[in-house]
Design a protein around this ligand. Structure first.
Ligand SMILES: [Mg+2]
Length: 433
């Protein structure tokens, strides 16, 4: 019997992505330590990303701007410009698209590629991609080349920046097994702590134990990690056109001044709900629940959620549910600094309509038409061209950074909204370690 050809999977990770984009956009930043940080004035002052040089000065992600500057006084701080980063991300995908249609993104700066069916060897393709990204975009990538996604991802972390690492069925025991378990995809802080408590410190140790022991300790996730450690990850790379329906949609802000009473909170919730409703309609999803997170002036953080009796899509209903949740759940000891409104337990629009003999569907239909019209006007004339009169005097939300112009392809009126896709939870956990 003919032995099945191993798959050829690449994982390409753009190095110091946000900071590198900024250096391409502004070449005078090259050779300076650069950090992309939330701005001081809307009080989001933490490091979101740093350049290679800044990293050498001891700058880490999540550090406050003040800490960063004290550690590296000549650090250049720039505000984030996500619209540009997503443009660069698209350009990276264009380069990957020269080799395959199986391109699965993992955040803005990382992608898996399946090049099994290509005539060129995977190492040849990786080398061409590395060079093309450098020549055409002025960015660098680290690429892992392997026979599955988990090892390809691991490979891209092994040598940085501007490097290629190959992990084969022959060499993975030598290359991968000495590494700590936390280097494995989806092995977050909590999981690696549990493994460490059992003295399972390396990927090799994990691989050598019987699978059911790991599974009994860590559940399904443990079995998956054991498969990864043994090179048995056979999850496919998705097609580039695959649309993953989001699991939740949320929008949050840190206010320019603390909110001192319920009326002010209500206005911010209404405005945030508008953005969530807009995005829900774009995604053609309805929410079966809402979530609310609140950060008070002492930086205490609270988060609440609630299921709804009926699916919602329109913002007035979301706002109403979230306001009620706030009144019911938030105990006002301190003023409010930041609020996030979320739509959770999302279902596709079509699935959401339940037959209910008491429901007046003509009213629902009218509301739908109304919101479609409002969205159209806001798309054409700019976000919040139409909004409820009750929020017109709202002044504590940060002003949008740029004015909307429909001609500008970089300008996405909803770019500051977070859409959580399945799997992104793991990424967050991984990044925090
Ligand atoms: Mg990266």
């Amino acid at each position: 019997m003919e032995k099945q050809k191993p798959r050829a999977i690449l994982h390409s990770d753009a190095n110091c992505f946000y900071a590198s984009c900024e250096m391409v956009l502004n070449p005078s930043l090259r050779n300076k330590p650069v950090a992309v940080c939330g701005s001081q004035e809307d009080r989001h002052g933490i490091v979101l990303a740093k350049s290679e040089l800044a990293k050498k000065c001891g700058i880490t992600t999540g550090m406050t701007n003040r800490e960063a500057l004290s550690r590296c006084p000549n650090l250049v701080i720039v505000p984030p410009r996500f619209e540009y980063y997503s443009k660069f991300s698209k350009l990276l995908h264009e380069i990957y698209g020269r080799y395959t249609d199986l391109i699965e993104p993992f955040g803005l700066d990382e992608c898996w590629l399946d090049v099994t069916d290509s005539i060129k060897s995977p190492m040849e393709i990786a080398e061409e991609i590395r060079q093309a990204v450098k020549d055409e975009l002025g960015l660098t990538v680290s690429i892992g080349v392997s026979f599955n996604k988990a090892f390809a991802k691991l490979g891209s972390d092994m040598k940085k920046p501007d490097a290629i690492t190959e992990i084969t069925p022959e060499n993975f025991r030598v290359k991968v097994w000495p590494l700590p378990c936390s280097d494995l995809l989806y092995c977050g802080r909590a999981t690696s702590a549990k493994l460490e408590a059992c003295n399972i410190t390396t990927i090799g140790k994990l691989a050598m134990l019987p699978r059911d022991i790991i599974e009994s300790k860590l559940g399904k996730n443990g079995g998956m990690l054991w498969d990864f450690a043994n090179g048995l990850d056979n999850s496919p790379v998705a097609h580039k056109d695959r649309r993953v329906p989001p699991k939740s949609i949320s929008h949050g802000i840190t206010c320019v001044e603390n909110l001192v009473n319920y009326e002010e909170v209500e206005k911010v919730i209404i405005k945030l709900s508008q953005d969530v409703g807009y995005k829900l309609r774009q995604e053609k999803m309805c929410a079966r629940g809402v979530s609310l997170s609140v950060k008070d002036e002492k930086l205490n953080y609270f988060s609440f959620q609630e299921r709804l009796e009926k699916e919602v899509q329109d913002e007035s209903r979301i706002a109403k549910a979230v306001c009620e949740l706030f009144k019911k759940s938030y105990r006002w000891f301190f003023n409010v600094r930041a609020i996030t409104v979320g739509a959770i337990s999302l279902v596709p629009e079509g699935d959401a309509i339940q037959i209910d003999i008491f429901n007046d569907y003509s009213k629902d239909e009218k509301r739908k038409k109304l919101f479609a019209t409002i969205d159209q006007i806001n798309d054409t004339y700019g976000k919040r061209s139409i909004q409820p009169a009750t929020v017109l005097d709202e002044k504590k939300m940060p002003q949008p950074k740029s004015t909307h112009s429909p001609e500008n392809e970089f300008d996405n009126p909803i770019s500051d909204i977070e859409v959580k896709l399945p799997g992104m939870f793991y990424r967050g956990e991984k990044d925090k370690k």
